[in-house]
Design a protein around this ligand. Structure first.
Ligand code: DX5
Ligand code: ZN
Length: 216
């Protein structure tokens, strides 16, 4: 399987988001970063913007919730057009994270968990059976354009081995500082989906940047 590309529209021009998602129509997902100013020290975009973006792209929309207590909002994000919703394991109690995953699945959408860079890989274990995807952060969540943290690569390798050992089939996604230099490291370590914000929307030709990442 070749690696999938999920451009993060956090790095797009928010005044031209429709044009932005249309420019990356050759990608595999649209990565939609939701920040609440509480779980992370930044505020981004939410449900009404997702509804508008949904009308402008046929690609699956991958919603990355960087919000506290995500279980409160997953239904609304599913109804607004998300195809895949991921919740941070650090964002609530294990019981509530389980509930969030169950609610996403009850809406017929794909669900997954996310790990911050300093969270141990083992933190996913209680949720793995329910995960369609596991997202490994390769920067501290909150901002685009940060430097890739290679320490996350061991986490990817561990998650890949655990998938084999348990006979599971979740996808492995990486997010943060992914560009032409770091993407091959992620793929080598087992990544199936690469999120890229500034490497795509900071490029003169975002479609060409998607193609370049996909061919690495
Ligand atoms: C950061 C977000 C990322 C961000 C990635 O908290 O989750 O998706 O947009 O941006 P780059 O690729 O520029 O690091
Ligand atoms: Zn993200």
């Amino acid at each position: 399987m070749s690696v999938k590309i999920a451009p993060s529209i956090l790095s797009a021009d928010f005044a031209e988001l429709g044009t932005g998602v249309e420019a990356i129509a050759t990608a595999d997902y649209v990565h939609f970063d939701v920040m609440d100013g509480c779980f992370v020290p930044n505020i981004s975009i939410g449900i009404p913007v997702l509804q508008s973006i949904r009308k402008r792209t046929a690609l699956p929309i991958d919603v990355h919730l960087m919000i506290v207590q995500p279980e409160r909002y997953v239904d609304q994000f599913c109804d607004a057009g998300a195809d895949l919703v991921t919740c941070h394991v650090e964002a609530d109690t294990p019981e509530k994270i389980h509930l969030a995953l169950d609610k996403i699945h009850a809406k017929g959408k794909k669900a997954g968990v996310v790990l911050k860079p300093n969270t141990r890989a083992e933190a996913v274990l209680p949720f793995l059976d329910k995960c369609d995807i596991v997202l490994v952060m390769t920067v501290e969540p909150g901002f685009g354009g940060q430097k890739f943290m290679p320490s996350a690569l061991d986490k990817l390798r561990w998650l890949k081995a655990e998938r084999e050992a348990r006979g599971l089939s979740y996808l492995l996604e990486v997010d943060g500082g992914v560009d032409a230099a770091t993407a091959p490291l992620c793929v080598e370590a087992g990544a199936d989906v690469l999120v890229a914000g500034s490497a795509v929307f900071g490029a003169a030709d975002p479609a060409a940047a998607v193609g370049a990442l996909a061919s690495l």
